[in-house]
Design a protein. Sequence first.
Length: 538
Amino acid sequence: MSTAIPCSPQHPPPPIPEEGVVNEPPRRWGSVWNMTRSEIDLLLFSTALKLLLFPSYRSTDFEVHRNWLAITHALPVSKWYYDTTSEWTLDYPPFFAYFEKVLSIPAAYVDPAIVDLQNLGYGSWTVVAYQRCTVILTELLLGVVLLRFTKGAADPARQRLISGSLFFHPGFLIVDHIHFQYNGFLFAILLWSILMARAGRNLYSGVLFAVLLNFKHIYMYLAPAYFIYLLRSYCMSKSGQILGGRFVALASSVILVFTTSLGPFIWMGQLPQLFSRLFPFTRGLNHAYWAPNVWALVTAADRVLLRLVTRFNLGITINEQGIASASRGLVGDTVFTVIPHVKPFHTFLITACIQMMYMIKLWRTPSYESFLNALALCGFTSFLFGWHVHEKAILLVLVPLSLLAADNYAYFKTWMIAGTAGIFSLLPLLFTSAEAPIKIIYSLAWGTITICPLYKQVYEFPPSWPLALLDQLEYAYVIGFMPLQVFFVVIPMIAGKNPDIQFLPLMATSVYCAIGMVWAFTRLSILYFSNAFEASPK
């Protein structure tokens, strides 16, 4: 006969889990090092592949980060955001500047020329090897977090597949290890924050996201979902009452993070200068190569309308500046010829209004699953409707969306369409012939290894013939990327020096990928609003 132990100071009642908690046994972070032999082999393979990519093409971002090493090493903090020695001025938040400062210390020992502020365009083998090694080493944090996701998952087999797909994602290989950036490291912090939310440790989740914002401000795209989720699930009871202790703990923690980051610049009176670097609204609506979003479709529509107006003399006023604007793929502002001009305020208003709908849903159902959906949709909305969106920002959509891919067939299809379109939209970043086989073969191999096994696990036969037809049309869209790639290769061969024809493959890529992104966004929105998420108990 068992005897119940009464609650007392010596035997307190078990803690009540927070809303959004996934019931999983407590695990120590050290457990992630209990890697299987296959996981170790994959890590070694990944490292070897990235080492082989050292001589590959590198964009101007490589020199940007080398210059930031020099700025943070050679200059005092008070001059970091004022230096104009190079055109590649420091325009990331202070935590990333501190990160570059840390990396500059061993760089000075490896090769002092790396941190020479006047040594613009330095490209010796030492700087190439050093900077590419820093990407590989800092990306290990991504591997650690993804292992943790797997070990705490309800279905470890599926989560292992998702974790592997993220660690080997073509987006990270293209953008970080060839083009050159540190997205793997930064997304590791984001995924760590999401992991804390899954475990119900919402205070840690909020602090980590605040840290991330002070590394790279583009993650503000996701901030509305974090704000609503943390306020509703952590700082409020189910009845809507504010939990004062939790609210103060979260607010003070976030303020401490921002004070640590921005405090020195506030003290020096440099906050306006810092913000002018972080938010350069003088740039145009589109990037030089259009990101596959709504504005790519609008810009293409404007080009078509221009041809119709001039050919059939429809009597519609044409903006002459738009004929030679950046919508032809040049760096500068985008001016439409027929469609009314779009300003930064317009894009902000559209983005905020659309995100508001998801935030209302999240407020009513503040569970982890609802939060993850809202997070992906916040990134999606900002990518599709934001101002001067870079194609590399597609990772803000694909990473959180990947965590939903194994939930069911509907989420899998959404992830597959967005992932295929998003990855293909990154391929033009590598425009040199030497990297063409790498980016295509690697992306195809990744798709075969990740999409096919997951498809077998989640496939459901469509319940009606209209849905069956839609299912086939979606697969036809994905297959359509093969002839698009042929078009992308053949047209430049016959274009000669005609700039309009040379830009045609890029425009076709942007428009085709944008169609897939808009459709995936629509699918995810329908799934979110039709799903009755159940809030976890307080």
